[in-house]
Design a binder for this molecule. Sequence first.
Ligand code: ZN
Length: 94
Amino acid sequence: MVKIPGLIQVFNVQCVMCGRASGQLINGAFVPNQRVKRPVAAKNGSRCGECGGNLYLEPDESVTPFMATQIAAQRTAAQQQAKASLQSSALRAA
Ligand SMILES: [Zn+2]
């Protein structure tokens, strides 16, 4: 892996049980997903705030510091759009 100055590593914090993304680790800082309950602290690390499942880190693409500040808002908007399109396709199928 080539280390590029100005890029920072991003991980998605995913739940193994329900698949929800509790948030992201951006440059070592946890950025919670506003649409999912915050992880709860347990003896062996954090647990999913929704179902109590184990969390794992999934490497995401590296981004610039500017992009990092935009990611949380973009992810929320994308999830809302995905949810809206799911609902409209469900309506069409009905
Ligand atoms: Zn979960």
